[in-house]
Design a protein around this ligand. Structure first.
Ligand code: ATP
Ligand code: MG
Length: 742
């Protein structure tokens, strides 16, 4: 074969991994060695060399974002838009397959995918006959047990006594069976079912399996170390073809296995050679992402884990050694956020792109402090995968309205909205409704109709429910005639839902209305309401697709596979990272996973890794003193630079000495006294902003980082109402406004 341009700039091992297209192949290699790049190039290579058509390759990524990136990279490599590909996350791919064969598991192709809220509501109904003590056995825990079974590919009949963990007084398995039955009745499934059902179909329907064996000539899997059993079973079923080679290529790194809490089994890597006899193993050793110093620090840290497969990782970049990893001590979590923002400001002034910087946190709660400071500093940012738009209450309500609109028997959705806004449907009325639905073997909506006819409701609630039912039937006609955007808008308007928020005086109501507006805007991007709802259930990280110039804020788990020039890693304290839960559980297993997470964090950085820890942290309303993370001690001294004479766990015995450390008195945080006072106070951060905020006069032109420019329409101490050019009138904090001089 002639040298093709897509194979240039690859090292010999990478080329081998790409050109060995036939037979099973495992690429086992450390962070940043080009595993994902190999996979993408391999995809393009198979196409360009004519081995297969685009739809004959099955490619699995770990996130939707990764799928998007891979699609773009493949398009660029093959020089045309990549369409019709079987490329996506396990869940997205399985949802697509399941739609084609839903009838084999008692569903129709229009089945719904429930979210966690719906699941909880459903399981609550299902457990009723068992009279479970939900204080002792909380329902989310029960769902967790069920999910673990699903992760392991266990349908209710496959759960044996040994696997029954005794949850819910030993009734968990029976409840699981009832829950599955109920899902089927609703023509719905939860996320776990997407995998479970399709594996069950492939196991029991040789004709269907055969169909996919003929279809998929090549299988590519990224982040293989994080596959759980059911995903593994699915891959194995699809890859093992009678009389043909298993052209499956998996890439992974055991040191980056960070999802065991979700059932991932790193052992799947070890089993690869056994499952696919004759498998080739390729190791990549050159890291092209990070500087030697960053790699040295990361390698030193991960060396503290036992039982690793062991891989060599050599710097592959030609540039210099780079900067040492910085470790910064700050006084408290607010100072930590401020410090990061100041560094971002400095970098930005030196022409570093904001899109190349990321703040990676261990836990979701950490982002709030950063969001506040980022807004205050006027630094554009995006929360990746965190504050999910589609999870906000008003959005979920609106989605429930839409679901009922296209599927009148969607009882979970109906129950969510029947009394939102209030229609006088109390618990008693709801019970009556359920009884009626059971008696008629119908959905709740139909039960409402029947009770309306038989005078089953009284007074106002009767009137309001009748009008709700009219609105639905009216908008169903609109849907036919004028399309989904008009129908949804009409539905939210006529049902009184929008009015409810307009009449709401709470400070977040205007924001919610904005969100709802945005939702209707988003609808227009889809051909049908069904398509849109499918998109919503699958693409939770659809937000912020545009890369723009923004700092990314996300969890370490969400950052897997990504890279940035500069990475900030805050909150390296005992109880935050490693997490309190890991410490409480004790043992090495959890701690090793936290350490792998730290390794993932550091290895996201190309040039600059900055780790921070705070001496005290606000956990809800209280300040709590915290110890630097043990991981800080594990970083080899030769690759790190500790700012100031910062004590670590090793040499610090008591906090009093720490707090009088001179590092803090000459820092940005001014003197000791106000700090101590501040630490004891439990008022919200906003308070000091409010007090110091100047009052801006009506009519003045102002600029707000998030909402852009506008004119002040009313003002009092702290909060100001501004008519923004882009986003309408809002109340915002004065301290976040800049007065514009014309
Ligand atoms: P992770 O384990 O974090 O997922 P990875 O092994 O998937 O990392 P990639 O993201 O594929 O690594 O590659 C890391 C970086 O190195 C990317 O920017 C990629 O473009 C670059 N890279 C990979 N191979 C080469 C090469 N042969 N020459 C130059 N750059 C390379
Ligand atoms: Mg990768």
């Amino acid at each position: 074969m002639t040298t093709q341009s897509h194979l240039e700039r690859l090292n010999p091992e990478q080329r081998a991994a790409i050109e060995t297209t036939e037979g099973p192949l495992l690429v086992l290699a450390g962070a940043g060695t080009g595993k994902t790049r190999v996979l993408t190039t391999r995809f393009a290579h198979i196409l360009l060399s004519g081995h297969a058509k685009p739809w004959q390759i099955l490619a699995v990524t770990f996130t939707n974002k990764a799928a998007r990136e891979m699609r773009e990279r493949i398009s660029a490599l093959i020089g045309e838009p990549a369409e019709g590909l079987w490329l996506g996350t396990f869940h997205a791919l399985c949802a697509r397959m399941l739609r084609r064969h839903a009838e084999y598991v008692g569903l129709t192709s229009g089945f719904l995918i429930l979210d966690t809220d719906d699941q909880l509501r459903l399981v609550k109904q299902v457990v009723e006959p068992w009279r479970i003590d939900v204080k002792r056995w909380p329902l989310p825990g029960l769902l967790g047990v069920i999910q673990r079974w699903k992760d392991r590919g266990l349908t209710p009949d496959r759960v044996t006594g040994a696997e029954d963990c005794g949850y819910a007084d030993g009734h968990a398995r029976a409840i699981y069976a009832a829950y599955q039955t109920r899902l089927r009745e609703l023509n719905a499934c939860d996320f776990g079912d997407l995998m479970l059902h399709i594996v069950e179909i492939l196991r029991t329907r040789p004709d269907v399996l055969e169909q996919y064996h003929r279809l998929f000539r090549y299988i590519l899997v990224d982040e293989y170390q994080d596959t759980n059993t059911v995903q593994y079973l699915w891959l194995r079923l699809l890859a093992r073809r009678e009389g043909a080679p298993s052209n499956i290529c998996c890439v992974g790194d055991d040191d980056q296995s960070i999802y065991s809490w979700r059932g991932a089994e790193v052992e799947n890597i070890l089993r690869f050679e056994k499952d696919f006899p004759g498998a080739k193993i390729v190791r990549l050793e050159r890291n092209y992402r990070s500087t030697a110093q960053i790699l040295g620090a990361a390698a030193g840290l991960i060396a503290h884990n036992d039982g690793r497969l062991g891989k060599t990782l050599r710097p592959g970049r030609e540039d210099a050694q780079g900067l040492p990893v910085q470790i910064i001590s700050t006084w408290d979590s607010d100072a930590e956020a401020r410090d990061v923002c100041q560094r971002i400001e400095t970098l930005r002034r030196d022409d570093h792109a904001l899109g190349e910087m990321a703040i990676l946190v261990r836990a979701g709660f950490q982002t709030r402090a950063f969001e506040e400071r980022l807004v205050q500093f006027g630094i554009p940012y995006r929360i990746v995968g965190g504050l999910r738009f589609y999870e906000r209450a008003e959005i979920r309500d609106a989605l429930a309205y839409m679901r009922v609109l296209i599927n009148p028997v969607d009882d979970l959705a109906f129950e969510r909205i029947v009394n939102v806004p209030k229609r006088g449907v109390g618990t008693a009325a709801l019970q009556k409704l359920h009884a009626e639905a059971r008696a008629r073997r119908s959905g709740l909506a139909e039960a409402v109709e029947s009770l309306l006819q038989s005078d089953g409701f009284r007074g106002k609630s009767r009137e309001r429910l009748a009008s709700l039912m009219d609105v639905f039937s009216g908008q169903r006609r609109t849907l036919e005639k004028e399309g989904h955007v008009v129908a949804v808008n009409g539905l939210l308007e006529d049902s009184g839902y929008l009015e409810m928020w307009r009449n709401d005086t709470s400070p977040d109501a205007p924001g919610r209305l904005e969100n709802l507006k945005e939702l209707v805007r988003a609808l227009a991007d889809f051909g049908t309401l069904g398509e849109f709802l499918e998109h919503v259930s699958l693409v939770m990280d659809a937000e912020g697709a545009a890369e723009e110039a923004r700092v990314s804020v996300m969890t370490l788990h969400g950052a897997k596979g990504l890279e940035f020039d500069t990475v900030f890693l805050p909150g390296w304290e005992e109880g935050v990272f490693p997490s309190q839960r890991t410490l409480d559980e004790g043992g090495d297993k959890g701690l090793e996973e936290e350490r792998r997470l730290a390794y993932v964090g550091i290895t996201r950085a190309r040039h600059r890794a900055v780790i921070l820890h705070a001496a005290s942290r606000r956990i809800y309303a209280n300040w709590q003193e915290s110890m630097p993370s043990r991981f800080l001690d594990e970083l080899p001294d030769e690759y790190v630079e500790r700012e100031g004479e910062t004590p670590t766990r090793r040499d610090r015995q008591d906090y009093s000495g720490f707090f009088s450390n001179s590092v803090f008195s000459d820092s940005q945080n001014s003197t000791m006294a106000p700090l101590v006072a501040k630490r004891r106070r439990v008022s919200p951060v906003h308070e000091d902003l409010m007090n110091s905020a100047p009052q801006i006069e009506v009519g003045v032109r102002v600029f707000h980082q998030k909402f852009g420019s506008g004119v002040v329409v009313s003002a009092d101490r702290g909060a100001t109402e501004v008519a923004f050019e882009e986003s309408g009138t809002r109340r915002v904090m004065s301290s976040y406004l800049q007065v514009m001089s014309d």
